[in-house]
Design a binder for this molecule. Structure first.
Ligand SMILES: *Cc1c(COP(=O)(O)O)cnc(C)c1O
Length: 419
């Protein structure tokens, strides 16, 4: 620990107290909506959300519709409307009015489409401004796109982004919540600063959608993308989503001008004419099974409510940090997640040079978090299925592993492909 907080005049945290807090938690019933292996504490919902119990049935039903209705299911079962329908369900979770959100493709592909759109909307400006710590796929996509378009990718440290906006900046492209540290940008303030410089914003909501309250319309956000398989529980490789503010839609086209974004795809006309509205950002045939699973996850988040989810997220992350300080002060971790609740997402990250092996030892003990190279141990708190008592059990297990040196065992140093 770099800076141990002074002991406050509060009753000490006990496991019994936390069990009582779980009993009083208004979100506690939602844990029964998820299927989790017994004996496991799952603190990796920021990487792959847990399985909603309703999802296998819903997937099975979609497969049945395929078997019964064959190609007729596209119309009869409303498959063709899924990208718009699921998009409309995601919209209120991110503070977006109707007609601006589409569930489609992956986050990476949507980034490509919207970054291209941003450059179209700001002819005469050629800089994409970002920070070097942005999520790698965001940087890679921007690198690929700028190589093709002649635009330039400029990196600026997270705390000096506003000052770096100038008359060349076409778009400020950022991820709201940093995947490593959990730090959250002030989306409203940075959006305002970008607009004052004449630039647009493109926000990646991968670590915020379904976990933090967002107000895209009220904050005047131009463009955004987000992930379906993290806090929206859409399942591995779930379709992602994109947001294009209504005021920009008529002026932009997707660089991936596939037939599902055509005004009349079933006219089979030889020339591309973009569909009106957000539908123009579709590309090819929608992944029906993936969208069916995503719809269940999104419905669950809507039923709980993002504000309630966020209140519990703040409490869980705060508790976890306090417990690390109280029980693991000698373990050699540095807490790199902001203490200010308004400046963090739904995760706590600890820095330790042996983080990989430590996380492997924790996973072997049934506490699943993850590791981000080179030295970050991450714990994601998905409030719909993480309990207050889990925070206690996880920190006590971590202390055990550190005190007993269990993490030094050779098998915990073997690197798997996915960390
Ligand atoms: C998880 C994540 C992605 C994922 O992109 P995919 O195209 O689904 O692989 C993108 N950006 C950020 C910031 C993420 O956290």
């Amino acid at each position: 620990m770099t800076s141990p907080t002074p002991v406050k005049e509060r009753p000490p945290i006990t496991r019994e107290g936390l069990l009582a807090r779980d009993r009083a938690d208004p979100l506690a019933p939602f844990i029964d909506d998820f299927q989790l292996p017994k004996g496991v504490i799952y603190l990796d919902g920021n990487s792959l959300g847990a399985l909603p119990r309703a999802t296998p049935g819903h997937l099975g039903a979609a497969a049945q519709h395929w078997g019964e209705d064959l190609i007729g299911a596209w119309n009869r079962r409303g498959w063709v409307d899924l990208p718009i329908r699921v998009g409309e369900k995601i919209a209120p979770l991110i503070g977006a009015g109707p007609g601006q959100v589409l569930a489609a493709d992956s986050t990476s592909v949507n980034l490509f489409k919207l970054l291209h759109a941003a450059l179209q909307l700001r002819p005469g400006r050629n800089v994409v401004l970002t920070e070097p710590g942005n999520f790698p796929t965001d940087l890679y996509v921007a690198q690929g796109l700028t190589r093709q378009t002649g635009a330039r990718l400029r990196y600026e440290a997270a705390d000096s982004l506003s000052g770096a906006l100038d008359g060349d900046t076409a778009v400020l492209m950022l991820t709201h919540v940093d995947f490593k540290s959990g730090r959250a940008h002030d989306m409203a303030a940075l959006t305002k600063a970008a607009h004052e410089a004449g630039a647009l914003v493109l926000w990646d909501l991968a670590h915020s959608a379904g976990a933090l309250p967002l107000a895209l319309d009220a904050w005047d956000v131009d463009l955004a993308v987000g992930c379906g398989y993290k806090y929206l529980h859409g399942g591995p490789g779930a379709p992602a989503f994109l947001y294009v503010a209504e005021r920009h839609q008529a002026a932009v086209q997707s660089p991936l001008s596939g037939w599902f974004g055509h005004a009349e795809p079933f006219d089979f006309a030889p020339d591309y004419v973009p569909a009106p509205g957000i539908a123009r950002f579709q590309c090819g045939t929608p992944p029906v099974l993936g969208l069916a699973a995503l719809e269940v996850g999104v419905d669950g988040v809507a039923a709980a409510g993002v504000d309630a989810i966020h209140s519990k997220s703040v409490a869980l992350t705060q508790l976890f940090m306090e417990l690390v300080e109280q029980h693991c002060a000698e373990c050699g971790f540095e807490i790199i997640t902001p203490r200010d609740a308004a400046a963090r997402g739904s995760q706590v990250s600890l820095r330790h040079g042996d983080g990989y092996a430590i996380m492997q030892a924790l996973i072997a003990a049934g506490i699943i978090g993850d590791f981000r190279a080179p030295d970050v141990v991450r714990f994601g708190m998905a409030p719909l299925y993480v309990r207050y008592a889990d925070m206690w059990d996880a920190v006590i297990a971590l202390r055990e592993i550190m005190q007993s040196d269990t993490w030094q065992r050779p098998e915990f140093r073997v690197r798997a492909t996915v960390t």
